[in-house]
Ligand binder design. Structure first.
Ligand code: UGB
Length: 623
């Protein structure tokens, strides 16, 4: 009480609230009145921030924490009364007619979309010292994840604009950061001219941490290093909903006539290959919520999309987090828990946390909830009495739990894509990745990079191979032979070889990369390949230009082509050189930069054919 004169009237109210909520211990170690006044003021500044950044304020946080901690102590099952079953969703195969049609619909809709990247996580499992979005997705070009995401959004914007015959809109891009990532994300953008996006198109929203809890009474934990601070930890990616709402961004997008909000995570170099088709599914099926999923190996560290049906008749399709799926199954009549079925995969599709929400219904829901998401708490107890914790805990929330508060009338669906096309995150450090059970994905920098080469090789194979059936469908009997001979264009891309980097056995495909503006969809890429092309396994190809056409190209080495947008370059003939090789490096070798050594190899550029076309016009490169 003797310190109250230091505070504003709002802060006095906060002090009273803390006392009423059983938090008097926060002041027990305070110095005598008149000492440390600035620190005491700073303490209340922190309390005010913790209060304003949580929907319902600190009082509500403490109340919810008490309830959740009591449930946890009592061992209450969060799925009490619910029985899991395998849901049905849209299963897409890259390159078939359904996929191509959805892609077309998705590209059309993209002009009505906004993208949201959640990038507030530190990536403790990866242990990388920088921010994860600054990591190269692949080291052939060194393009970092953030650059790749921005270039994909811009490519989609342009394709969508073309389909809309010039009625173009800039696609807004929001990035959720945290204290751990904010300034470095901002610097990365500013020092790279926003990777070609207009700075006004990008909005950074910083999530705040939440107060830590010391015991089952939800007593707030003091910062071990400062008696005038409350210890804080991240609240989870679920914060993104409250932030989009409270920042006014959702309303701005709604007022601008946008229809879709697409959420995605920080290190998936494949994701945008799956975005157009999944947006097409949302638009065609009018899903309020569409989660992107891939086949999931049992016990893999990604959540499982599950239908939960309650004894009282309620039913929802929701992600069940990887640590909860196995116990839930065991408790509900599946004694073996989370196991692979005859397909070799878990019957529950894996959530890759790529969500597409329809903006109108999303806004309506957030008007009711303010964006608050159902939270959970995960205390590590000292012993079986569950009376004290090994270290402080906090409430957490996940963005994919958004549908939990939706009424049964909401249209919640999901779309399963091939893993090779859609999902290769970089989450695990080399040591942990090397310990992943055989057959399960490593989710490391090594596997993330290899997955990009694999996907691009398969895409190149498929866009040309499928052309045969595509041609058959669209050609009349009369012109069959003529058209078939044109359509039979094919790229023969060699099979991969197996190699071991950082203790992980991976498939090494030809290192094929291209800018998203060269081609993001099946049809766009198909239009850029003609004649009969071949690519050997040792090859590297980098396409940086928009209008580069591969025509009867036989590649056995490295080929780098850059061109301005107005230059059309036809590349063919036989390209043969020593190429670029992958040289193993040890992840413990600190003489190698961290972003390289965590993948276990570096690229040795021996010899390449490199051409850059800086003037508009038509060009042909046929060595
Ligand atoms: N993130 C934030 O922005 N803020 C935070 O406070 C925390 C994270 P992780 P996680 O796709 O493989 C998720 O740590 O949470 C961002 C799904 O829950 O990489 O263990 C962070 O920057 C799970 O169901 O993943 O697991 C990153 O971009 C499964 O789908 C993102 O949130 C899994 O991802 C995810 O954070 C997966």
């Amino acid at each position: 009480k003797k310190n109250l004169h230091l505070l504003s009237s709002e802060q006095v109210e906060l002090a009273k609230m803390l006392m009423e909520m059983g938090q008097s211990h926060l002041f027990e170690k305070w110095a005598a009145p008149g000492v440390d006044d600035n620190e005491k003021r700073a303490f209340f500044d922190q309390v005010a921030k913790l209060n304003s950044s949580y929907p319902g304020g600190l009082k509500s946080y403490i109340k919810t924490a008490r309830e959740l901690l009591a449930d946890s102590k009592a061992g209450k099952n969060p799925f009490d009364g619910f029985t899991p079953s395998v849901p049905t969703g849209e299963v897409l195969k890259f390159g078939d007619d359904t996929f191509i049609n959805y892609e077309q619909a998705g590209v059309k809709e993209a002009k009505n979309a906004a993208f949201v990247l959640v990038a507030g996580g530190l990536g403790e499992r990866l242990g990388y010292n920088g921010i994860k979005v600054a990591l190269p997705a692949e080291t052939t070009t060194g393009t970092c994840f953030l650059q790749n995401y921005i270039e994909c959004i811009l490519a989609l914007q342009e394709s969508s604009c073309r389909l809309a015959e010039g009625k173009c809109q800039e696609i807004p891009f929001a990035i959720m950061t945290s204290d751990d990532t904010h300034s470095r994300t901002q610097e990365l953008l500013e020092s790279n001219s926003y990777f070609g996006m207009k700075p006004t198109q990008v909005k950074l929203l910083k999530q705040e941490k939440v107060a830590c809890l010391d015991d089952n009474d939800a007593r707030l934990a003091m910062d071990p290093k400062n008696k005038y601070r409350i210890q804080t930890k991240p609240h989870g990616h679920g914060d993104v909903h409250a932030l989009l709402y409270s920042s006014g961004l959702l309303k701005e997008w709604h007022d601008a006539g946008l229809k879709w909000v697409l959420f995605f995570q920080d290190t998936n170099g494949l994701l945008f290959k799956a975005i157009p088709a999944s947006l097409g599914v949302s638009a065609t099926k009018q899903y309020h919520v569409n989660s992107l999923a891939v086949p999931r190996k049992a016990k893999e560290a990604i959540g499982g999309i599950t239908r939960l049906t309650h004894a009282d008749g309620r039913s929802m399709v929701i992600n069940v987090e990887y640590n909860q799926l196995d116990p839930l199954l065991r408790a509900t009549g599946f004694p073996d828990g989370d196991v692979n079925c005859e397909t070799g995969y878990s019957p529950f599709p894996g959530n890759i946390n790529q969500l597409i929400l329809e903006l109108g219904p999303y806004m309506e829901e957030l008007k009711k909830t303010g964006g608050a998401i159902k939270e959970f708490v995960n205390p590590k107890y000292k012993d079986a009495s569950k009376t004290s914790f090994k270290s402080s805990t906090r409430l957490e929330c996940m963005m994919q739990d958004y549908p939990k508060t939706l009424p049964p009338s909401a249209k919640v669906g999901f779309t399963v894509m091939d893993t090779w096309l859609a999902y290769a995150p970089v989450k695990n450090n080399p040591e942990d990745a090397a310990k992943v059970p055989k057959g399960n994905p490593y989710h490391s920098a090594t596997s993330g990079e290899m997955a990009i080469y694999c996907a691009n090789s398969l895409i190149l194979r498929k866009v040309t191979r499928v052309s045969l059936s595509y041609c058959k469908n669209y050609s009349s009997e009369l012109f069959w032979f003529l058209i078939l001979s044109t359509c039979q264009a094919g790229a023969q891309v060699d099979d991969p070889v197996q190699e071991v980097f950082n203790g992980q056995e991976v498939e090494v495909w030809p290192r094929l990369t291209w800018k998203p503006k060269w081609g993001l969809t099946f049809s766009e890429i198909k239009n850029k390949v003609s004649g009969s092309c071949s690519v050997s396994q040792k090859s590297t190809m980098v396409i940086k230009g928009r209008n580069v056409v591969l025509e009867d190209l036989s590649l056995n080495g490295a080929l780098i082509i850059d061109s301005v947008d107005d230059a059309e370059v036809r590349v063919g003939g036989k390209v043969q050189n020593k190429g670029w090789t992958l040289e193993p490096v040890d992840h413990k070798d600190t003489s190698v930069p961290e972003e390289i050594r965590i993948r276990g190899f570096k690229i040795n550029k021996l010899e390449q054919l490199e051409r850059s076309y800086s003037e508009p016009g038509k060009f042909s490169l046929k060595p």
